[in-house]
Design a protein around this ligand. Structure first.
Ligand code: HEM
Length: 288
């Protein structure tokens, strides 16, 4: 491999496409794991690596990939992400020239695109940092809190309410795990397909507090098989959030467009890029 052998070789878009492809293959090779895909947990890794960004101090974010180090790896918000980091380590062994921050964010891009979501413009440029670059605990949102907390956390990263609402639509994918966050269950009936179902379900179903020994979460009254976190439910309660959540429930194309823009921006927070324009990586399907 040219990229591996030559010291001064700068990897090209084609090299990163190879990494993307390997991630996409591993994602699908999940056997009995969860709903048969590692996509959701890889997306959560990309988000937690990026969502530590603090605009005021320009610290945190996906540059440096500090979740590799304790204590950040052990922060409660990151419980369960060792699964995703382990999968990414397999890819890193095959393509050792890629930085961890580029690898993890490219994983998020592959997850969204391969599960049927919008194209996410992406470019490399993150470098590996040190444990001393790690961010303090408490920068990621706490699911037990209300609208004020959600606004505050996303505003700290530099996001508007509209962007915060669009980003939360990622909960169409994946599920909560008792042994990770303490919460339990999926948000939608198709947790491995990127849709705007998160918003339609928020408004179309009746949500009631689940009676159980676990943390406060809601369940749909009809099937009792879906869940919402307190922070998901506030999108229907806060008037500013509600306006955007309603718009995304009514218009899937609008959600796809706004999610793509906000997620691409999330992945680049705090990353000092060279001038290069972002790329559109091709899905496995497009390369058939
Ligand atoms: C899962 C909280 C925003 C993507 C989860 C879980 C919690 C949570 C508690 C369950 C973890 C587990 O038990 O495995 C929150 C809160 C948010 C937020 C409080 C904001 C208020 C986001 C955003 C994204 C995202 C912005 C991506 C853009 C995901 C995904 C999963 C997940 C894909 C499923 C992971 C899996 O299936 O393993 N989130 N989240 N979340 N979150 Fe979020």
């Amino acid at each position: 491999q040219a990229a591996k052998a030559a010291v001064n070789y700068t990897p090209t878009k084609a090299d990163y496409q190879k990494v993307y492809n390997r991630i996409a293959e591993i994602m699908d090779d999940a056997g009995e794991y969860d709903d048969g895909s590692y996509g959701p947990v890889l997306l959560r890794l990309a988000w937690h690596a990026s969502g530590t960004y603090d605009k005021a101090t320009n610290t945190g974010g996906s540059n440096y990939a500090t979740m590799r180090f304790d204590p950040e790896a052990l922060h409660a918000a990151n419980a369960g992400l060792a699964v995703a980091r382990g999968l990414m380590d397999q890819v890193k062994r095959e393509f050792p020239w890629i930085s961890y921050g580029d690898l993890w964010t490219l994983g998020g891009v592959a997850a969204v695109q391969e599960m049927g979501g919008p194209k996410i413009p992406w470019r490399p440029g993150r470098i590996d940092g040190y444990a001393r670059d790690a961010t303090p605990d408490g920068r990621l949102p706490d699911a037990a809190q209300g609208a004020g907390h959600v606004k505050e956390i996303f505003a700290r990263m530099g996001f508007t309410d509209q962007e915060a609402v669009a980003l939360c639509g990622a909960h169409a994918l994946g599920r909560c795990h008792r042994d990770r966050s303490g919460y339990d269950g999926p948000w939608t009936f198709s947790p491995t397909t990127f849709t705007n179902d998160y918003y339609t379900l928020l408004f179309d179903e009746s949500w009631v507090w689940k009676k159980w020994g676990g943390p406060k979460q809601l369940e749909d009254k009809k099937t009792r098989s879906l869940m919402m976190l307190p922070t998901d439910y506030v999108l229907t309660q806060d008037t500013h959030f509600k306006k955007h959540a309603k718009a995304y429930a009514a218009d899937s194309a609008l959600f796809f467009r706004d999610f793509s823009a906000a997620f691409a921006r999330l992945l680049e927070l705090g990353v000092p890029f060279a001038a290069a324009e972002p790329w559109e990586m091709r899905s496995l399907d497009e390369q058939k």
